[in-house]
Design a protein around this ligand. Sequence first.
Ligand code: AMP
Ligand code: MG
Length: 470
Amino acid sequence: MTFSAPFDNSYARLPEAFYTRLNPTEVPAPKLVAYNEELGRLLGITDATEEDRVAVFSGATVPPGATPLAQLYAGHQFGSFNPQLGDGRAILLGEVVGTDGLRRDVQLKGSGPTPYSRMGDGRAWLGPVLREYVVSEAMHALGIPTTRALAATLTGEDVIRETVLPGAIFTRVAASHLRVGTFQVFAHRGQKSELRQLTEYAIHRHYPDATGPMGLLRAVCAAQADLIAAWMSVGFIHGVMNTDNCTISGETIDYGPCAFLDEYHADTVFSSIDQMGRYAYSNQPRIVVWNMAQFATSLLQQYDDPSTMIDEATEIVHAMPGQIEEAWRKRFGAKIGLKEPEPEDMGLLEDLLALMQKDGADFTNTFDALARGNARDQFVDRDAFDAWQLRWRARLKGVIDTEKTMRAASPRIIPRNHRIEEMIAAAVAGDYAPFHRLLQAVSDPYGTTDTDLMRAPSKAQRVAATFCGT
Ligand code: AMP
Ligand code: MG
């Protein structure tokens, strides 16, 4: 085997209470359909032939230094607690320390059943694999913390969802796969010593300057507050903000029924399983606070007397809405040219969004047009826009570098839902050209010239819902 990667598996050195060791299931006819050369080099993967890449990223061969395992976790799904989830279709191959000195998990997703599969088949199909590939790389290019895409492999096996679909495996790279749910499982079981060990591990791995459980809570709340503001600023809707999909590192994870806004509406929900709109666009800031409250509750369980720490934990979680609002104001302020927005600028921003919502203006194209000075065309009620623009211009008087600020804060392109659906349909039929084209365009979100992929969907092209049949 020519495949070589600098594995150093700290999670596998934790006690077995945290995971189950097992190898991926071998698949009949593996074929590599995408590989991220640049990321591979960053991770320190060298000398791999195409044949060895196929073997490793399909799970057929465990590369030297890997110690495959499935991680245990729990989680609140749509608000109800599930005491045991875990990697039901994912295998952590191990951690590599990249050429940048950073430690990252390398995980196969869709690599066969594990002891945590419950009713699931342990598999994934090509559609969600390519969706996660494109959207996570787009987020990375947008500068938003996220897991990344290293490889996509066809398995040669059929996967049964609503129909028969081509099976695939996604190779995901993450700062770690620690989630709120990882803490919840041990808190729920009253395993104080495991909870303490996990807390120490998370601090050491992600926030070495943090002190104790409350220091960790503070750090994760800050990271998550920034993350949510970043999502909002590009019109991203995660779709399944369950506590098992909420990372300790502050990276975006699990691109299931996620989507970006086309026309702006604050209450937009795409996920077909989110009937109540719990994870609607505008609800995300509230939900992340709820998730952090669950995290706080779990962390408290490691104290001999948790009640002594409730006040401090509460204060930390209650500070979050203010942190999110500040991060939101900074992000959206930049989108209208204000590097240093003031609380008084909230009215200007809110009024713009209200106009956009009233007219169904395209989120991405409107902010891009603002930066380029031709936003008027994006509105139906142009008199209302003109009136807003007068106030805006007055506010910008004397502010420097406004165009530069706006261009850096508003991408020209996001992976639009109808383009993702189109790319998946083509790939299922064997044509990967649309996948590569979309990937290339969204990997250069501020500079791309692919005007066709920038265009908002027509009424007929609009995708109403994204499905969780992943
Ligand atoms: P997700 O909604 O993808 O975050 O997954 C929630 C839980 O369901 C996790 O524990 C997954 O491992 C598990 N899961 C999702 N799909 C499958 C599947 N096809 N087979 C087994 N487990 C699955
Ligand atoms: Mg998940």
